[in-house]
Design a protein around this ligand. Structure first.
Ligand SMILES: [Zn+2]
Ligand SMILES: [Zn+2]
Length: 371
């Protein structure tokens, strides 16, 4: 069957003929892959900065953001059946008995770093026609979300972050739940850095969770992204025309920052403008560049005197997939056009390298493997 593979040693990426997987354990299911989303991680893998083939292979089938349809199930599978739409999780546990995180099914917090990830690290991914997976890694998606279900995985980044945020904010005894229909009160002003899919999905999740949201971004697709941000009742602030000081005046005092750019210098400038008791969440992974000067005295002083917290978040547990599926249903009922506008274009697998090239443009490009 067709698959998009990278050969790191040969520095090659192309569509190959990859052997079709079969169910070998009674708790596995076989899926026909429908859509696979493309993100910066995939671009880095195709650029050979990242990505490890599974043992015994000289290539890695890429793709980790997927939506599939179950076509066959093993005799002990009970949670899914043929015809169900599913999204598969990405990270698989390490094998060290001492890794309490992985042994608890929380490989998103793996201590050893020896976890594997489908389409990224030592396991083939989803950019192929059929995939076999253990049922515990499958999350059922309602049929009405067929056209946007591929956004579940990038939304899980926000879902895990929001859960972490909620846990940190529990330190404030008045951080009461948001009341529907009541305008956001103190502590509910959020700034999202970046208007790519992760940032925009994060902005939607923050809006649905009762936050006042400003999206601050430097990007070539201003009009498209501005329309999406405005449609969800958030404010778009263009970095080209507004300095970080102006952002802080317009959006402050900032209680929460959801960072989704991976631009570290920019992020540390925004940290200087956090309000009292604020939480800053990093989700971007910066490329290695030269050192950047940072005003560490000021940042450290403000962090202490204002009880601020900075937290990094990566990957997501199964309950974040559940939360993402539920939220996607809410988003599409509130803002159907804005959610659909996140998907710019679908490409057939034979043209999968097109959206993987860095100049592809758009918000989220998808490889449509089958329909
Ligand atoms: Zn991704
Ligand atoms: Zn582990």
């Amino acid at each position: 069957m067709k698959a998009l593979a990278v050969f790191p040693a040969k520095r090659e990426a192309r569509v190959i003929d990859h052997p079709e997987s079969r169910i070998v354990s009674p708790t596995e299911a076989k899926m026909r892959v429908l859509d696979v989303g493309v993100c910066g991680t995939d671009r880095e893998i195709v650029d050979f900065q990242y990505g490890t083939p599974p043992e015994g292979f000289d290539y890695l089938v890429i793709g980790h953001e997927s939506l599939s349809e179950v076509v066959e199930v093993g005799p002990q599978v009970s949670r899914v059946k043929a015809g169900d739409l599913v999204v598969m999780t990405v990270r698989r546990p390490c094998s060290h008995p001492s890794c309490i995180a992985c042994r608890e099914g929380r490989q998103d917090f793996c201590y050893t770093g020896d976890y594997t990830e489908r389409g990224i690290k030592s396991r083939h991914g989803y950019m192929t026609e059929f995939v076999v997976e253990e049922e515990r890694y499958l999350n059922v998606v309602p049929r009405p979300l067929r056209d946007i279900g591929v956004l579940v995985e990038p939304l899980t980044i926000a879902e895990k972050s929001l859960e972490q945020l909620g846990r940190i904010q529990q330190r404030l005894p008045w951080a009461s739940p948001v009341e529907p229909g009541v305008p956001p009160g103190p502590g509910r002003r959020a700034v999202v850095l970046g208007a790519g899919p992760v940032g925009l999905l994060g902005a939607m999740a923050l809006r649905v969770s009762g936050y006042d949201v400003a999206v601050y971004s430097r990007s070539p697709q201003h009009d498209e992204q501005n329309d999406i941000v405005t449609a969800i009742g958030a404010r778009y602030i263009a970095a080209e025309t507004h300095s970080i000081d102006q952002l802080a005046q317009l959006a402050g005092p900032i209680d929460v920052v959801y960072e989704a750019t991976g631009a570290s210098g920019f992020a540390f400038e925004v940290i200087k403008h956090l309000g009292p008791n604020a939480v800053f969440i990093f989700t971007g992974v910066p490329g290695r560049k030269g050192p950047i000067p940072v005003d560490t005295d000021r940042i450290m002083r403000d962090m202490v005197l204002n009880n601020q917290a900075i937290v990094g978040s990566v990957n997501a547990p199964p309950h974040s997939f559940e939360a993402a599926i539920n939220h996607l249903g809410v988003f599409v009922s509130r803002w159907p056009d804005a959610v659909r506008a996140l998907i710019t274009r679908r490409f057939p697998i034979d043209q999968a390298l097109e959206p993987l090239s860095s100049g592809a443009g758009g918000v989220k490009n998808v490889v449509a493997i089958s329909s």
